[in-house]
Design a protein around this ligand. Structure first.
Ligand SMILES: Cc1cc2nc3c(=O)[nH]c(=O)nc-3n(C[C@H](O)[C@H](O)[C@H](O)COP(=O)(O)O)c2cc1C
Length: 191
């Protein structure tokens, strides 16, 4: 059984919805369990949740893009992870990242670059979307990977959308495929 942990922050519920879609995709892969770990509004997780991260085969990091990077709550979690970093507890685990923001671009790549660097500091093995972008003339907004990201999952929630309305349906479907890919990669690497 491969264990996938999805640790994320969401200020207003949109990134939570995306995290749930990533979890659904990961849990749908054969022989996989997928756990959601929500970083609180104070930027914390419990000791049991830290232990779950240490025990996971893959950790998927998620944050909304706020002012061009991760939220401060996610960064507080990242800084607190210097404890497992010291003993390289997450070394050779599969790592991956996702972000959601209001604007189609909105500097989301900056957030994914941060998450990648974070994963590399922990000596993880990074997995991207592995999904071709939908970028032809015929492409529609709800096609798979319409936002067009390889380095990690990007989703867009219009600025006036509720979490029930955004992220948009195609981005949620893309999130499921991304979660499935990370889970299948974790199964391949499982010792
Ligand atoms: C403080 C703050 C900063 C934001 N900065 C950006 C940004 O840089 N780019 C962008 O596209 N959207 C930005 N947004 C919009 C959020 O990314 C968007 O509303 C997102 O869906 C919020 O996710 P959440 O509900 O999980 O917190 C910002 C929102 C807030 C509250």
């Amino acid at each position: 059984m491969s264990k996938i942990a999805i640790v994320y922050h969401s200020g207003y519920g949109h990134t939570k919805k995306l995290a749930e879609a990533v979890q659904a995709g990961a849990a749908g892969a054969a022989g996989t369990s997928a756990e959601l770990i929500a970083i609180t509004a104070e930027g914390t997780i419990t000791d049991a949740e830290w232990a779950a991260l240490d025990a996971a085969d893959a950790i998927i990091f998620g944050s909304p893009t706020y002012m061009g990077t991760v939220s401060w709550q996610f960064k507080k979690f990242a800084d607190a992870s210097s404890k497992p970093w010291f003993s390289q507890k997450w070394k050779d685990k599969i790592g991956a990242g996702f972000t959601n923001s209001a604007t189609m671009n909105g500097d989301k790549l900056s957030t994914l670059h941060y998450l990648f660097t974070f994963g590399m500091q922990h000596s993880m093995i990074w997995v991207g979307t592995g999904l071709m972008p939908s970028n032809s003339k015929a492409a529609q907004r709800n096609d798979i990977n319409y936002v067009g990201s390889f380095s990690g999952l990007m989703a867009q929630s219009p600025s006036d959308s509720s979490p029930e309305e955004g992220p948009l349906p195609g981005d949620l479907e893309t999130a499921k495929l991304f979660g499935k890919r990370v889970a299948e990669t974790a199964a391949q690497f499982k010792k």
